[in-house]
Design a binder for this molecule. Structure first.
Ligand code: TEU
Ligand code: CA
Length: 544
């Protein structure tokens, strides 16, 4: 049963969501306190970023014990209570599982690095130096080399992320069995699926050949979508996934639609859907660390390409924000039209074909943090990139890049109300609260009928009420426009028109259809003229 097609997913970044015991750190009991808020919003699935035991080098994406909870977040009993409370409210839970790498404090790695004869040595990728140099030229996604020297065995070990996140060796059948046990542990607790972290990096080409060309990009086929990806995923599907009523969303680095269909095409179903990132280049060159001016066409083009490619044989995920990306209203909206542009962005992404994902705070229009000192940032990628930037730029210029691109932009504590620390915690938050919480917080949104929260609530209700949102096809108009995003959805005689003005000016346009024959389902303004107001978004419903 493909119930994930009706899922509306809310991503919780646990450290920053809600702190129940005032140690300044979000926790599981805090999540339980806020389940009614999420129920009210109308979401029916939660994606929970890692809560496993971890030294937090990469905020939990470096796991030290896959089957236990980080004490700061709570206990396994707390987790079971939270899951029960979610299910009671008709909310499913998918866990964020990181099986490409572990923490360097995982017992497997602590043993593996001691000796080449350790039974765990082959759980990881250790290689001798080649002519005194590193085994190959691979680079870490966090900057620098992907190899770290290990004294005890006079070898290097591979880490495609931080040097404290050693990559697992998926060639090893014993390791694969260990991972299946971990998956079953959570599924047997009643979890409804997984968000699979960097899942298309699992397979590394035999011999680990150096890549030719641009770092990272040239990893395609070597350690990105590598040779045994389908073998490994088919094995996980056969031995685990197929035995449970669950879904998986695979985070896939640098993936394209054709490769994605190889994982998600109905009938293949190695994964239920994937996260791609092509639209995240709408305001940068391939990585958010190389920013450029936002252009609407660079947002629309990849999203339309993915819609057309998967529309009747796969399934898309729809997102504009997550814990790795700066806030979408800063990037693709306009803070001078904060309310209107946040609602317009919601309309644009939420009405496409696929499963929509809301990242915590997006539903109230939270914005980038604006720290001014490096010690205010906690993210390992941010600090690594700052060091690299400082080789080319002054501190001042490097800070500008950090302020624009840091992942901490979306990790500031959730803004609940106007109380101290935005109601997130009575203690000193682990990451500073964005000072704009006095004007941007959930309580204000709940009270104000015209708020972004209530707009999302209406959108979600529409998605549940009209099957055309879930099952409709996708047809874009004015694809070349850098101001107007306009597409239609069609299903069983019903037609939706989704019309969004991405500009800060009035926009006249030919509506193609006679809008008098359509019902205006949603409008992010009170007014409705025959032109669009700045950042105006409208959804029409008609028959065809
Ligand atoms: O992210 C994968 C990834 O490529 C990220 O590095 C992301 O593309 C980058 O930060 C954007 O600038 C996943 C998790 O979402 C991320 O939080 C982890 O740091 C990473 O994997 C390693 O587990
Ligand atoms: Ca806490």
């Amino acid at each position: 049963m493909r119930w994930y097609k009706e899922s509306i997913v809310y991503q919780i970044y646990p450290r920053s969501f809600k702190d129940s015991n005032n140690d300044g750190i979000g926790d599981i009991r805090g999540i339980i306190q806020k389940l009614d808020y999420l129920k009210d919003l109308g979401v029916n699935t939660i994606w929970l970023s890692p809560i496993y035991d971890s030294p937090l080098d990469d905020m939990g994406y470096d796991i030290r014990n896959y089957c236990d909870i980080l004490p700061e977040y709570g206990t396994l009993e707390d987790f079971k209570e939270m899951l029960g409370e979610m299910h009671k409210r008709g909310i499913k839970l998918i866990m964020d599982l990181v099986i490409n790498h572990t923490s360097d404090e995982h017992p497997w790695f602590l043993e593996a690095r001691k000796s080449v004869n350790s039974p765990y040595h082959d759980y990881y990728i250790f290689k001798k130096a080649k002519e005194g140099k590193k085994p190959n030229n691979w680079k870490s996604f966090f900057g620098g080399s992907a190899w770290e020297y290990n004294e005890a065995t006079d070898e290097y070990f591979l880490h495609l992320f931080s040097k404290r996140q050693p990559d697992l060796n998926w060639e090893n059948p014993e390791l694969r069995e260990e991972v299946k046990k971990i998956l079953k542990f959570w599924l047997d607790l009643g979890v409804d699926g997984f968000r699979c972290d960097v899942i298309n990096l699992l397979s590394k080409k035999e011999g680990l050949p150096s890549t030719k060309g641009l770092p990272i990009i040239s990893g395609k086929g070597i350690y990105i979508d590598g040779p045994k990806m389908h073998e490994y995923l088919q094995e996980l599907k056969k031995d685990v996934f197929s035995k449970y009523d669950m879904f998986t969303v695979g985070e896939c680095v640098l993936i394209d639609p054709k490769t994605a269909l190889g994982y998600v095409e109905e009938g293949i179903d190695e994964l239920s859907m994937v996260f791609h990132f092509e639209h995240m280049n709408a305001d940068c060159f391939l990585t958010k660390w190389l920013p450029r001016k936002f252009k609407l066409r660079r947002l629309k083009k990849p999203l339309s390409k993915w819609q057309y490619a998967l529309v009747d044989k796969g399934w898309n995920s729809l997102f504009l924000e997550n814990h790795d990306q700066p806030r979408s209203v800063n990037r693709f909206g306009n803070l001078n039209f904060h309310l209107e542009s946040a609602k317009m962005l919601a309309t644009y992404i939420f009405s496409q074909k696929g499963t929509p994902y809301i990242y915590q705070g997006q539903e109230i229009g939270m914005t980038n943090a604006h720290y001014t000192r490096m010690d205010q940032y906690q993210d390992v990628e941010t600090h690594n990139m700052y060091k690299i930037l400082r080789r080319f730029f002054s501190h001042k210029k490097a800070m500008k890049y950090v302020q624009k691109s840091s992942r901490d932009n979306s990790r500031t504590p959730m803004q609940w109300n106007r109380n101290k620390n935005a109601g997130f915690s009575e203690g000193k938050p682990w990451l500073e609260v964005n000072p704009n919480y006095l004007g941007i917080n959930a309580e204000e949104n709940l009270k104000n009928e015209d708020s972004i929260f209530n707009y999302y609530k209406k959108l979600i209700r529409l998605r549940k009420k009209y099957p055309v949102f879930v099952h409709g096809d996708y047809r874009e108009h004015y694809a070349r426009s850098n101001k107007l995003a306009y597409y239609e959805r069609n299903y069983k005689g019903k037609k939706l028109l989704i019309i969004c003005n991405f500009s800060s000016k009035k926009l006249y346009f030919n509506a193609i259809y006679d809008l008098n024959k359509f019902k205006l389902l949603l409008n992010n303004y009170q007014e409705d003229f025959d032109y669009l107001l700045p950042y105006q978004a409208k959804i029409y419903l008609g028959d065809y």
